[in-house]
Design a protein around this ligand. Structure first.
Ligand code: UDP
Length: 324
């Protein structure tokens, strides 16, 4: 298949490109390089374009036909979204609307969309399945939920087939160390832990230890980026057989606190992780852990990384590489 990867220069998008190429799919990357990296586009042509620029989007779709689109372009930082909500609604909602409109006009009928656990807000049960109420507590989650609603409406009105994948905490790196997670500024826990271990970043700030969790720090469900890529590839076949708009959680079903991540990283790296307590970060729910049975059953998803240590080890291999 020929697949347009919007946001294919970013962390999850670049791992996706590598995964698709390994299955013989043809990949075209569309990215505005605002947070992605040109040097991470190693498996297909890069078209530098912005979803907010309808004219350049039109040129992309007029020039070639795609069998499906995978859409990773988004602003994705909870804290930043609390400070700059308009930027989140513009990029994540308006940008996606432009993309959907271009797809519809050019007869592209299948979309895999990067959604997020942030659509659930403050969960009311320990394990979150797809029927859990959606009530985002930050603009990032709200922007993704708005797109999910657009996809449901598009299925009804235009016959768009879509799979929205609600990622829990994407983590890790390609096991060969070729690509990995590189954000500027870096806000994510595991890269910040590893940078603190290496001394290339400051001491880790632990954002709050007064949450209603066993050790008081937030609990998250870390899922390896290649396992996310596997689910996207399976979604292509799923859309072949199923019309409509579908939603799946992608997580391991195991929660780890910030302090547990720090001690696992200490073991993996053999280094001390300098860290200090800091105030809570706005917009952070206490616990987010996925029930992913639906993706396992319907997509046939089989995550390969079910433990924290190998996920951190893959990230550690890449962070030690000075190329990025
Ligand atoms: N976190 C932290 N220090 C950091 C980065 C993150 O304590 O430098 C915490 C954050 O408050 C959250 C968890 O680690 O509870 C995961 O945060 P991350 O930004 O990696 O992902 P998110 O859950 O926001 O998608």
């Amino acid at each position: 298949m020929k697949i347009l990867l919007c946001g294919g220069a970013g962390y999850i998008g670049s791992h996706m490109a590598k995964y698709l190429a390994s299955f013989g799919h043809r990949v075209v990357v569309l990215d505005n390089l605002s947070t992605g990296h040109q040097k991470a586009v190693l498996w297909g042509e890069l078209i530098e374009a912005d979803l907010l620029d309808s004219a350049s989007l039109e040129r992309v779709f007029r020039g070639q036909h795609f069998d499906a689109v995978m859409h990773f372009c988004a602003r994705s930082l909870v804290g930043e979204s609390m400070q700059q909500p308009y930027a989140y609604y513009a990029n994540n909602v308006v940008g996606t609307l432009h993309l959907l409109d271009a797809m519809q006009r050019h007869g592209v009928e299948c979309l895999v969309f990067s959604s997020t656990a942030a659509v659930y807000g403050q969960p009311t049960s320990a394990l979150i399945d797809e029927d859990h109420p959606t009530a985002p507590i930050n603009p990032y989650g709200a922007s993704k939920l708005m797109v999910e609603r657009m996809l449901a409406d598009a299925a009804h009105a235009y016959g768009l087939r879509s799979v929205a994948l609600r990622y829990f905490n994407a983590a890790g790196a390609s096991p060969d160390g070729e690509i990995g997670e590189a954000h500027t500024p870096e806000t994510h826990l595991i890269p910040n832990v590893l940078r603190a271990a290496l001394g290339t970043g400051p001491a880790l700030k632990v954002f709050g230890d007064d949450y209603p969790t066993p050790d008081g720090t937030c609990v998250r469900d870390y899922v390896h980026v290649d396992d996310l890529a596997q689910a996207h590839e399976l979604a292509l076949a799923y859309m072949d057989a199923n019309d409509g708009a579908h939603v799946f959680n992608l997580g391991n079903g195991c929660g780890f606190s910030v302090r547990e991540v720090i001690s696992a990283a200490q073991q993996v790296t053999g280094r001390a992780i300098p860290h200090e307590l800091a105030p809570r970060r706005a917009g952070d729910p206490a616990v987010l852990v996925a029930a992913s049975a639906k993706a396992r059953n319907a997509l046939g998803w089989r995550p390969q990384y079910t433990e924290l240590a190998p996920i951190i080890a893959s990230a550690w291999r890449w962070h030690g590489d000075p190329r990025f």
